[in-house]
Design a protein around this ligand. Sequence first.
Ligand code: 13P
Length: 256
Amino acid sequence: MRDIIIAGNWKMNKDLDAVRAFCKAIAGGLKGKVLGRVLPIIAPTYPFLALMQREFAGSPFRVAAQDTSSHPDGAFTGEVSATMLASLGLQYCIVGHSERRAYHHESNETIREKVLAVMDSGMKPILCIGETLEQRDGGITDQVILEQLDGCMRGVRVYTGKELILAYEPVWAIGTGRNATGEQAQEVHRQIRKWLADQYNKELADNLSILYGGSVKPQNLTELLAMPDIDGGLIGGASLDPESFLKMVDIAINYK
Ligand code: 13P
């Protein structure tokens, strides 16, 4: 049985007051909800991780980091290690987001090191992969996805499929309002699951949650969740508003 994950990636949004207001709204909104297999996660910026972790202690709601260093510790000004994040009690950390790849020149190899650092710390990576519009138009989406999987997952030991989450985020769909259709996303998710079955085994592939990200909102989530290999969303803009986030949690609860 796979988890259905509604994960908000806040990117560089919200100050302290806004984070507090969101926590208050969400805590009230989640009260009494039977989540079943649905796992709500929010990834705020570093300064607010501890606050949110405290706020939701003992609840099924999870807090994630948006990135981490690949180094364990030392002279890396501005960086935060996976063990530091894990010491807050965090269980999840996004790695390989396309914005890190594009603006911080992160290679598949760097991302692989981050995946290993996150897993070594005891947290689960939410590993992002996805093609650009140019690559899609050039007909090389499959090749890019497989290269990213091979590069970021080389030597990564996964046994049950519960140690890691994958997120397919086509770059052309991020923040553009133009989401992949259910069919377009499903086709890539199917390939990813096949790759997992080939590289590891079918049981593991069947257990591992694969999220779709890119302009997900309450209006298109149902269509995406209807696809057999889509197990939730990694959501930017539409996760910032508590009402919209709770609506997506509700859609997931009622859907699968
Ligand atoms: P949007 O939902 O704003 O398109 O962002 C998607 C994303 O990048 C989540 O990581």
